[in-house]
Design a protein around this ligand. Structure first.
Ligand SMILES: [Zn+2]
Ligand SMILES: [Zn+2]
Length: 325
């Protein structure tokens, strides 16, 4: 069955490439981009697959066990747009196009200076024989890096101005995971690429399993009464766990300065670094900001992009104003 699925996948990929992508590329004299286009089509198809699974599993949950019922779902629509742009490859493609020249430069500079970034497989050659173990090791390292990226996005005022767009959604649903300011996506992409360069993530090796990771990320935003039990809540980020990260008010009785529950996949990082809150209630989501709570912001993609940049400029100006002369 798996083989049948893979065969069909490759057939569709080949058809799309041959009939839809290749003709315009060749007509424009861009034949050298065919390899990138091949990867792009693969990314697109995995995106379609991942979203279909997430939708089929999670939408019924939102329907039958909702935390909140919204008479008007208009504010959700913009998150659907973010999700399609992100999961089907438009935003990642733009991020890749902007970053790849930079990283090619960086790689050739490192090579020129005889600096070879350490790779995990060199340090532990036996990892090569156990692809699943190797995947888990990479996943844990990348999730650790993601925890810190996310925590810093809440700590620096300029970065928070961008990340606040992810948090400004008051109707949080399975679609909210991809709701990110485009500049935040670019910084996140650079962060990920740097870590990947340092630990030598094998390219294209884990695409199938990344589908599973993305489903967990959609699940953690779902508008459904769901938790994973005493042990599960400590092992994998659940909707209730991540909801506390999105809570409009900080948890009572705890002194979290920038928020809690920053982990993307594994709650262990919050536990280790003192940012964990295991509340049983299901709080309201959003941010305390008159601009970001305004109706003009709620369901407008470009208004959100503009508000993010305006917030960033304000934060930088405030920081420069405070700096000693
Ligand atoms: Zn956050
Ligand atoms: Zn989130």
């Amino acid at each position: 069955m798996v083989q049948q699925f893979l065969d069909t996948f490759v057939l569709i990929q080949g058809w799309l490439l041959e009939h839809i992508v290749q003709p315009p590329l060749l007509a424009l004299g861009l034949g050298s981009y065919l390899e990138v286009a091949f990867d792009g089509v693969e990314f697109f198809l995995y995106g379609v697959l991942q979203l279909s699974i997430a939708y089929m599993l999670l939408r019924p949950l939102e329907h039958f066990r909702p935390i909140e019922r919204w008479p008007d779902r208009k504010a959700v629509r913009v998150d659907v747009l973010y999700t399609f742009l992100d999961r089907l490859g438009i935003v990642p493609l733009a991020v890749f196009a902007l970053l790849s020249p930079l990283f090619l430069h960086l790689e050739s500079w490192l090579r020129f200076h005889d600096i070879i970034p350490p790779q995990l497989e060199d340090a532990f050659p036996s990892l090569e024989n156990y692809p699943l173990v190797s995947f888990v090791v990479y996943l844990v390292i990348l999730d650790f890096a993601e925890y810190w990226r996310h925590r810093l996005a809440h700590t620096f005022r300029w970065w928070w101005a961008l990340h606040a767009i992810h948090h400004s959604q008051r109707q949080m649903s399975l679609w909210t995971d991809s709701r990110n300011h485009l500049l935040d996506d670019l910084i996140g992409g650079a962060w990920f690429a740097l870590i990947a360069l340092c630990i030598g993530v094998p390219p294209g090796h884990f695409v199938g399993l990344m589908v599973a990771v993305r489903i967990v990320e959609n699940l953690s935003h779902v508008n459904a009464r769901l938790h994973f039990g005493w042990l599960g809540e400590r092992l994998l980020v659940s909707p209730r766990y991540h909801r506390w990260h999105h809570a409009v008010d900080l948890p009572p009785g705890r002194n979290f300065r920038f928020g809690c529950n920053f982990a993307i996949l594994f709650p262990i990082w919050d536990r280790l670094f003192g940012t964990q809150y295991l509340g049983e209630e299901l709080p309201a989501t959003g941010v305390q900001s008159p601009t970001l709570a305004a109706p003009a912001h709620a369901d407008h993609f470009w208004a959100q992009q503009r508000d993010g940049i305006a917030g960033l400029v304000k934060a930088v100006k405030a920081t420069l104003g405070q700096a000693p002369r």
